[in-house]
Write a protein that binds this ligand. Structure first.
Ligand code: MLT
Length: 263
């Protein structure tokens, strides 16, 4: 796997959203709190991990792996970095992977951050939407995925006032390779419901949600937080689904406060 990292100290693994890449964590990598090491891998099929696979002549993803495979990859990645445990932080699809990881290896969690995500599996309507997105991706490529997702990934404020951010997110989506995007859609469609696991999450947990998140709204974050024993919830003012990109200062301060309490 390829990854970005910054800082030295206790590790935090940052798991990216769909269909982005580790680059979405740049604002956090540029402001790592003292005593921490932020590590942001690209999931299989995405970003520099896919570029490495291509260099080594490995074929693109074929859609056969599920969300458990993405989680197992992170476990292998931690082994390679010789990390027994870490704070695991996932945003949206990154959160789905974190739930799967928690089922596989709870002892590796030195804390959990769940940002703009939800434990539920897809609804039947949600699965139909994903099937339609796969068809669009096959026909029109990642630009069509960007067209479809961008209105919901960022808040109306960001769309009106922050053309640079909109362009950055669009660029990450359009740069993704269709087989990796398709495989992730299939994995998300098939992912299990993690709701029953929430009361068993024993580590300290921070739940974050953008105030204007349309994909995983505040009510979902509140219900999720209420079910996790040692958890707190912070609403990121004014942010949409990609709350870490829209409000890096507020997101970063909440994350830093959570981490400082762990030291
Ligand atoms: C994400 O941001 O990772 C996606 O919106 C998740 C999803 O489509 O369920």
């Amino acid at each position: 796997m390829a990854w970005l990292e910054a800082g030295t100290g206790w590790p935090v693994i940052l798991l990216h959203a769909f269909p982005l890449n580790a680059g979405m964590w740049r604002p956090q990598l540029e402001a790592v709190p003292e005593g921490w090491r932020f590590i942001a891998p690209d999931f299989r099929g995405f970003g520099a991990t896919r570029a490495l696979d291509r260099k080594m002549g490995l074929p693109p993803e074929d859609g056969s792996q599920g969300i458990d495979q993405y989680a197992a990859d992170i476990g292998d990645f931690m082994d390679c970095l010789k990390l027994d445990d870490a704070v695991i932080a996932g945003l949206s699809m990154g959160g789905y992977v974190a739930f799967a990881m928690y089922r596989q290896a709870p002892a590796r969690f030195n804390g959990l951050v769940l940002a703009d995500t939800r434990p539920q599996a897809d609804t039947p309507a949600g699965r139909d939407g994903r099937a339609a997105m796969r068809e669009r991706l096959a026909r029109e490529g990642t630009r069509a995925v960007a067209d479809q997702m961008l209105p919901k990934l960022l808040s109306p404020r960001a769309h009106a006032e922050d053309a640079a951010l909109v362009a950055r997110v669009r660029g990450m989506i359009e740069d993704a390779e269709p087989p990796g995007v398709d495989a992730a859609i299939v994995a998300m469609m098939k992912r299990p419901d993690s709701t029953d696991d929430l009361p068993r999450i024993a580590c300290a947990t921070l739940v974050l949600v953008g105030e204007a998140d349309e994909i995983t709204p505040i009510a979902d974050a509140q219900a999720m937080q209420a079910a996790i024993p040692r958890s707190t919830l912070t609403v990121v003012p004014g942010a949409g689904h990609l709350s870490n990109l829209e409000r890096p200062d507020a997101f970063g301060k909440t994350l830093a406060d959570f981490l400082l309490a762990r030291l």
